[in-house]
Write a protein that binds this ligand. Structure first.
Ligand SMILES: [Zn+2]
Length: 486
C-alpha cells in the first residue's frame, strides 16, 4: 500500500513542458508513479480542477532564524513553498559563536557554531520545510575582522576562507554577499574573488546583493560578472532591480549584459520579487549626517520597535504630522532606543522593470521576505509566489504558467543544488503543491501584510502533508539539505 495518490490532476511538471493530465503517487517521501496510477494507496486525493506542481523554492530568503523560531513556516507553506534558500545578502546564521547572537538578520541566540550544528537544531525543531544554506560574507567578515572598515590581513583572509570551506564541506551551496551593507561595503573586489575561489572546486555559486542597485547598477553587474569569471563560479544576482526614478528602465541594459555573459559560456542567473518596493534594515540605507531626501520620501515603516504606532505608515505622513522634514524623521526614528532595529519598506522601483524581469528566462522567483512577525513586514513575505501566478500569469499573461512554475522549481533546484527536487517525475522527492489555477493569488498588502494567499489547496514536503485547504497540519520532517546531495 503506497501513501497517497492524487488523481485526475493537471500536472505542471516543473520542466516548462506543457501541462498534462494524470495521477501522481507518493510513497515513502518520493514520487513513485506519474500517469495512470496502478498502486493502491492509503489516501486518495481528488485533483480534478487543480494543478499539481513541484513545491516552490524560495531562492531568496532571510529565514535562517525563522526555521527555528517559526518551524511551521506558515507564511511560506501557505504559498506552496517547500524549500527556502537561506544565508542571502551576505547574512547567514552560520558561522556563529555558540551562545551569542547570530550575525544574520534574525539575530537570535545561536546554539551552534557551524552548518552541522545549525542543521541539528533546525531538524530537531519539527520544521515544516526544507532549506539550503549560503555562507554569508558579511557574517564571516564580522566574525574575523576587528575593525570592519579595514582590509583583511593575510591571516584574516585565510580565516574567512576556512569558514567558507567548512560551510561547503558541510553542504552549503555557495557564498553570498551583500555589498551595499556593512561590513561588505568596505571589502574590495579582490577579497570577494579570493573567497569565491573556495566555492569553485565544489561547483558552488556566488550569490550577490550587488554593491549598487541604482545609479551604478551596470557597474555593479560588471563587478559580479568579474568575480564569477576570476573565481570560476556561477553567478546568481539577487533581487534584480533598478532603484530610484532616474534609473528606471535600466534592468533591460543589465539583463543584456547578463545575456552576453551567458552567450560567452558563463553561468549567470537572477531572482526577482514581484513588487515595486524593497525592504531591509533602515539603518543600512541612510547616512545619518545627511539622509537622502528622495529615499526618505519613499519610506514606509515595516517594523519599528521604537514607535510601534508608526508601523505600516509612510514616513512622509509621520513627518508631516510631527511638523518636521522626512530627513529629520529618519534621524528621529533611527536614533531612538532600538531605532537601529527598524525595518523599512522603500517604494523605489517601477512596474515595467518588474515585468521585464519576469519575462526573462533566467530570472527565478525569490521573496526576500523579512520574517519579523511583530511588525508589518513587506507583503512579499506572504504573497510572492501566489502573486506571480495570480497577477502576472493569470491576469496579465506576462508569462505562461508552465514557464513561471519552471522558474519557481526546476531552475531554482538546479542552480542551488537541491538534488532530485523541483520536478514531478518518478524517483524525485515528493515536494508538491496542489493549487487552483483560477483562484491562486496573494492577499497580503502593505497595510495588512500578514495574510495568507488563497488558492493553495495542499502542500507536501518530503511526501508529508503539511497544508490542507487552509489548515497547517503541524507535521514536520523538513531537512537542511546538502548541496547536490539527494
Ligand atoms: Zn539583499
Amino acid at each position: 500500500m503506497a501513501d497517497t495518490v492524487i488523481r485526475n490532476v493537471s500536472i505542471v511538471d516543473g520542466t516548462g513542458s506543457k501541462m498534462f493530465g494524470g495521477d501522481v503517487v507518493i510513497d515513502e517521501g518520493r514520487i513513485i508513479e506519474v500517469g495512470s496510477a496502478t498502486s493502491k494507496c492509503n489516501e486518495e486525493v481528488d485533483g480534478s480542477g487543480f494543478v499539481l506542481a513541484p513545491g516552490f523554492v524560495d531562492v531568496h530568503t532571510h529565514d535562517d532564524g525563522a526555521l527555528i523560531q517559526h518551524p511551521g513556516m506558515a507564511f511560506k507553506v501557505s504559498q506552496g513553498c517547500t524549500s527556502v534558500v537561506v544565508g542571502n545578502c551576505g547574512f547567514s546564521a552560520v558561522p556563529a559563536v555558540n551562545g551569542e547572537k547570530t550575525l544574520d538578520l534574525s539575530n537570535i541566540e545561536s546554539h551552534w557554531q557551524d552548518l552541522e550544528g545549525y542543521r541539528r537544531v533546525v531538524e530537531d525543531g519539527n520544521v515544516a520545510i526544507n532549506s539550503m544554506m549560503l555562507m554569508g560574507h558579511n557574517t564571516i567578515r564580522s566574525l574575523e575582522m576587528k575593525n570592519l572598515r579595514d582590509q583583511p590581513t593575510d591571516k584574516q583572509l585565510e580565516n574567512m576562507r576556512q569558514h567558507v570551506q567548512k560551510g561547503m564541506e558541510q553542504g552549503a551551496c555557495g557564498l553570498s554577499t551583500g555589498l551595499v551593507y556593512k561590513p561588505g561595503r568596505w571589502s574590495q573586489t579582490e577579497e570577494i574573488i579570493e573567497l569565491a575561489k573556495v566555492v569553485s572546486p565544489f561547483r558552488g555559486i556566488y550569490a550577490t546583493h550587488m554593491r549598487n542597485e541604482n545609479d551604478q547598477l551596470l557597474e555593479a553587474v560588471d563587478e559580479a560578472l568579474l568575480i564569477g569569471k576570476e573565481a570560476q563560479v556561477a553567478v546568481q544576482i539577487s533581487h534584480h532591480k533598478a532603484a530610484g526614478k532616474a534609473n528606471w528602465g535600466k534592468v533591460g541594459a543589465s539583463l543584456s549584459k547578463i545575456d552576453a555573459a551567458v552567450a560567452a559560456g558563463r553561468k549567470v542567473t537572477l531572482d526577482v520579487y514581484p513588487y515595486t518596493a524593497g525592504s531591509g534594515p533602515m539603518i543600512q540605507y541612510f547616512n545619518l549626517a545627511n539622509p537622502d531626501k528622495e529615499l526618505a520620501e519613499a519610506i514606509q515603516l515595516a517594523s519599528c520597535p521604537a514607535f510601534r504606532q508608526y508601523e505600516g505608515r509612510m514616513l512622509i505622513d509621520i513627518a508631516d504630522e510631527l511638523g518636521i522634514s522626512p530627513e529629520d524623521a529618519v534621524v528621529l526614528i533611527l536614533t531612538a532606543p532600538e531605532g537601529a532595529k527598524t525595518i523599512c519598506i522603500q517604494h523605489v522601483m517601477n512596474e515595467a522593470d518588474v515585468i521585464t524581469n519576469l519575462e526573462h528566462s533566467l530570472v527565478m522567483i525569490g521573496s526576500d521576505g523579512l520574517p519579523d512577525l511583530e511588525g508589518r513586514p513587506h507583503p512579499r513575505l506572504y504573497g510572492t509566489f501566489p502573486r506571480v501566478l495570480g497577477k502576472y500569469v493569470r491576469e496579465q499573461k506576462i508569462v505562461h504558467l508552465e514557464e513561471a512554475v519552471r522558474r519557481m522549481t526546476s531552475l531554482s533546484c538546479d542552480v542551488h543544488g537541491l538534488k532530485d527536487r523541483g520536478r514531478v517525475a518518478v524517483g524525485k522527492w515528493a515536494d508538491l503543491v496542489l493549487f487552483n489555477p483560477n483562484q491562486i493569488v496573494d492577499t497580503a498588502t502593505y497595510e495588512e501584510p500578514q495574510q495568507e494567499a488563497v488558492g493553495v489547496q495542499r502542500v507536501w514536503v518530503n511526501g508529508r502533508s503539511v497544508y490542507e485547504n487552509g489548515r497547517h497540519t503541524g507535521v514536520g520532517g523538513g531537512r537542511v539539505l546538502r548541496y547536490n546531495v539527494a
